[in-house]
Design a protein around this ligand. Structure first.
Ligand code: RP5
Length: 167
């Protein structure tokens, strides 16, 4: 059953949103993925967000750039967690997207990750679902341990071979 919805405002957002999808796949979480623009398709967007709960969706990951209203409008219409991903933009570097997504009014939260933070959005969705799924929680713990092992391995290489090994 698909528990996560990944939605983006444009196909130009896909490289970043694909990182979220990769993470969900790593954890074995099923997801739906849509390109729906809150600005260009307001009626379709409203229908999508209003029916997400009935489809069994538990978390929405929404990415958008520029005047990025998609995540906030998801949070207005969907009663469970919404994770927002601000897209890096050519004119303002993604600060426009970041401010649009993170500065939600009190009462309508969007859990905002870093500019282009697709992978972290996927991990955060997994952690949210893991709070009520012990099997998934074990997978998340294994992932956390794996990250520590990777750093330790690099430090071991530094201690044995010196910094030249990294150049
Ligand atoms: C937003 O406008 C999209 O999320 C995208 O990041 C940005 C630019 O869209 P395109 O002009 O590339 O379609 O709605």
């Amino acid at each position: 059953m698909k528990q996560v919805s990944i939605v983006m405002g444009s196909d130009s957002d896909m490289p970043v949103m694909a990182k979220a999808a990769e993470m969900l796949e790593k954890f074995g979480i099923e997801y739906e993925m849509r390109i729906i623009s809150a600005h260009r398709e307001p009626d379709l967007f409203f229908e999508y967000a209003k029916t997400a709960e009935d489809r069994g969706i538990k978390v929405i990951i929404a990415g958008a750039g520029k005047a990025a209203h998609l995540p906030g409008m998801c949070a207005a219409l969907f009663p469970m967690p919404v994770i927002g991903i601000p897209m890096k933009t050519s004119d303002l570097g993604g600060v426009d997207s970041l401010y649009s997504i993170v500065q939600m009014p009190s009462g309508v939260p969007v859990a905002t990750v870093a500019i282009n933070g697709g992978a972290n959005a996927g991990i955060l969705a997994a952690k949210i679902l893991a709070a009520s799924d012990p099997v998934l929680l074990e997978k998340v713990k294994a992932y956390i341990a794996e990250q520590g092992d990777n750093v330790a391995e690099k430090d071991g290489k530094l201690q044995e071979e010196g910094y030249q090994a990294f150049l």
